[in-house]
Write a protein that binds this ligand. Structure first.
Ligand SMILES: NC(=O)c1ccc[n+]([C@@H]2O[C@H](COP(=O)([O-])OP(=O)(O)OC[C@H]3O[C@@H](n4cnc5c(N)ncnc54)[C@H](OP(=O)(O)O)[C@@H]3O)[C@@H](O)[C@H]2O)c1
Length: 332
């Protein structure tokens, strides 16, 4: 049986292109004693993978040239020589961009296709859902009546962060990159207001107009100029959860934005970065809560599902063009 594998062909310079990836064909592996053979069903493509394509030390090691890329994957157990798994089980975890692969199952979690659709374990009921949950609840610390602004609001993390904000009683304003996304934020995800940062000339003024009482919590997914504009509207004792800064992931020059210290100082802003894995001890509890909210339709989630193993690199590249609403996922 043949097996397709996607490896890092070269380190991207600026925005990634499909030439940065290469598809190899190899023989599918056999499960040894204690192992399972997995067939990939759904692959998560995520902005943070861009950082791993640089040869730079970070909180996760860089991908190696010529070696398979890995990301969150939902897979089916097609053969089991392990007591912990049975044929037909579904699992999720960090796996390689391969159609088939073996695993000892140690870092994999079984998922229930009856609870929520399998793809949701890569998004709202998985890593990006937990990112929204922990970033907002642990760092944003919402109080009923707070004004919450979310950037990257129509994406996987942002759309869930805003809805958790609504559950916590906040007034929620989303920032996103198209009129369709602005419409979805207000009409599908229940945000109170939404702003298209690509067509708005004076973002600071637009945020001030949408937030007459100022901004108490900023859930920052994008950094850059959008965030500069939000900072101008922060209230005294506001909190900023720094989740990501996708606006700078493809730029090689040093980011020279405004100096924020005077705002942080005079407004007594509490600003903290976080990585979702900081809260792994509480991941199970968060997953349960997210699944409950999804089942009770207190949280709605969107997915942009692209079909075909060979489409994984393009789906990843499309994240930087904003071609996704909600979680970008490849169905294999
Ligand atoms: N801290 C953590 O543990 C953690 C975990 C997961 C994700 N993250 C971070 O959270 C952020 C969102 O991740 P996600 O998985 O939910 O991705 P996502 O928001 O579903 O997809 C990326 C979105 O970013 C927006 N974007 C792309 N280029 C941009 C730019 N130059 N300026 C502003 N927006 C831009 C696009 O939406 P528009 O059409 O609106 O531009 C695009 O749809 C990323 O920064 C990611 O690195 C952090």
């Amino acid at each position: 049986m043949t097996n397709q594998v996607i490896v890092l062909n070269k380190r991207p310079s600026g925005k990634p292109t499909t030439n940065d990836f290469k598809t190899l064909t190899e023989q599918a592996p056999d499960a040894r004693q204690g192992e399972i053979l997995l067939r990939t069903k759904f692959v998560s493509v995520d902005p943070y993978l861009r950082g791993r394509m640089n040869d730079k030390k970070s909180y996760v090691p860089p991908f190696e040239l010529g070696k398979p890329i890995s990301s969150g994957i939902v897979a089916e157990v097609v053969e089991s020589k392990s007591e912990a798994f049975a044929k037909g089980d579904f699992v999720t975890g960090s796996l390689e961009w391969k159609e088939f692969q073996t695993s000892d199952g140690k870092d994999l979690v079984k998922v229930d296709p009856q609870a929520v659709p399998l793809s949701a374990y890569l998004g709202a009921a998985g890593m990006t859902g937990r990112t929204a949950y922990f970033g907002l609840l642990k760092i944003g610390r919402p109080v009923k009546g707070d004004t919450l602004v979310v950037s990257g609001a129509a994406g996987a993390v942002g759309s869930i962060a805003g809805q958790i904000g609504k559950i916590m009683g906040c007034r929620v304003i989303g920032i996103a990159g198209s009129d369709e996304k602005v419409n979805a934020l207000k009409n599908k995800f229940g945000f109170d207001e939404a702003i298209n940062y690509k067509t708005t000339k004076d973002m600071a003024a637009a945020i001030a107009a949408a937030c007459p009482d100022g901004v108490d919590i900023y859930f920052d997914n994008v950094g850059g100029e959008v965030s500069d504009a939000v900072f101008q509207n922060l209230n005294i004792n506001s909190r900023v959860a720094v989740c990501g800064s996708i606006s700078g992931y493809n730029t090689e020059e040093e980011n020279k934005g405004p100096r924020l210290q005077p705002i942080i100082n005079t407004k007594r802003v509490l600003m903290q970065g976080f990585i979702v894995s900081d809260f792994d001890d509480e991941a199970e509890e968060a997953n349960k809560q997210l699944v409950t909210w999804i089942k009770h339709q207190e949280i709605k989630y969107a997915e942009t599902i692209v079909e075909g193993f060979d489409k994984i690199p393009q789906a990843f590249i499309d994240l930087f063009e904003g071609r996704n609403e909600g979680k970008m996922i490849v169905k294999v």
